[in-house]
Design a protein around this ligand. Structure first.
Ligand code: PGA
Length: 256
C-alpha cells in the first residue's frame, strides 16, 4: 500500500516566533510515530533553521517552498538545493502555481529545479494543475499532461520514484472551493496512466500523488478515500495546529 503524505505549505506566513509556536503545537499533537505516513512542513526560508530545531526527534519532516538550480554563485536572492539540504530539508515544493503565475516559472525551470533537488537528495513535491478557464475549456487533462511531461523531461526511471506529484487545480487554491473527490480522482488516475506510459506500471502504481486546493478537515476524509489520492498539500489549513492535525489524523485513519 502506498503511504500517506501530508505536507503543509506555509507560503509567506509566520515570523520566527509564530513559526516556532505552530510547529511546537504540531509536534505536541503528532507525538506518536507515524505508520506508513509522513508529515511535512514547508515554512519560509527565514525560519527553516528554527523549525528544524523544534522538530528534531519528532516524525515531522522539513521542506522548503522553492529553490534555484545552480549550486552557488552570483544569483542574488536565490537559495540552492544544497543550502536547503544543509538547513535540514528533506522535501521541496517545486512549480507551485503561485510561482508559475507571479514569478515566471515554466516547465523548463521546474524541470531544472527537480533535477537539482534530486542531486541533493531532496524529495521534490512537483505541482501541476489547470486554471478555471482551462477547466471550462475542457483542457484539464491536456494541461496536466503538459505539466507532467515538461517537469519530468530527462528524469531517469531510477529517480522517478523519488518524486512526489501534487495535483493542485489553480481554481481551488485559497478559494475555499476544493475539487470534488470525483474531479480530483479523475486527474490523479490520468496522471498514473501517463506515468505508466512514460515509465512503467510499477512507477504508475507506486508514485505518490497528493491533492492540493482548499483541503480542510471537513473535506479531507472524502478526498483521501479515493483510490489514487495519497495525501494532501495543504495551504491555509496548515497554518493552525488544530486544522492541520485534524487533516493528518483523518488521512492516517484512511490507512486502516
Ligand atoms: P490552500 O493552498 O490549501 O490554501 O488552497 C494549497 C496550496 O497552495 O498548496
Amino acid at each position: 500500500m502506498r503511504m500517506k503524505l501530508i505536507a503543509g505549505n506555509w507560503k509567506m506566513y509566520k515570523n520566527s516566533q509564530e513559526a516556532k509556536e505552530l510547529v511546537q503545537g504540531l509536534k505536541d499533537c503528532l507525538s506518536k510515530p507515524l505508520e506508513n505516513a509522513c508529515v511535512v512542513v514547508c515554512p519560509p526560508f527565514t525560519v527553516l533553521k528554527e523549525v528544524c530545531q523544534v522538530i528534531d526527534g519528532s516524525s515531522i519532516k522539513l521542506g522548503a517552498q522553492n529553490l534555484y538550480w545552480e549550486k552557488e554563485g552570483p544569483f542574488t536572492g536565490e537559495v540552492s538545493a544544497g543550502m536547503l539540504k544543509n538547513a535540514g530539508c528533506a522535501f521541496v515544493i517545486i512549480g507551485h502555481s503561485e510561482r508559475r503565475k507571479y514569478f515566471g516559472e515554466t516547465n523548463e525551470s521546474v524541470n531544472k529545479k527537480i533535477k537539482a533537488a534530486l542531486e541533493n537528495d531532496l524529495t521534490p513535491i512537483v505541482c501541476v494543475g489547470e486554471t478555471l478557464q482551462q477547466r471550462q475549456n475542457n483542457q484539464t487533462l491536456r494541461v496536466v499532461e503538459d505539466h507532467v511531461e515538461g517537469a519530468l523531461q530527462g528524469i531517469a526511471s531510477s529517480d522517478i520514484l523519488k518524486i512526489v506529484i501534487a495535483y493542485e487545480p489553480v481554481w481551488a487554491i485559497g478559494t475555499g472551493v476544493n475539487a470534488t473527490p470525483k474531479q480530483a480522482q479523475e486527474v490523479h488516475k490520468y496522471i498514473r496512466s501517463l506515468l505508466g506510459n512514460m515509465y512503467s506500471q510499477e512507477v504508475s502504481k507506486n508514485l505518490l500523488i497528493l491533492y492540493g486546493g482548499s483541503v480542510k478537515p471537513d473535506n479531507i476524509g472524502d478526498l483521501i478515500k479515493e483510490e489514487d489520492i495519497d495525501g494532501a498539500l495543504v495551504g491555509g489549513a496548515s497554518l493552525k495546529v488544530d486544522s492541520f492535525t485534524q487533516i493528518v489524523d483523518k488521512s492516517i485513519k484512511a490507512n486502516v
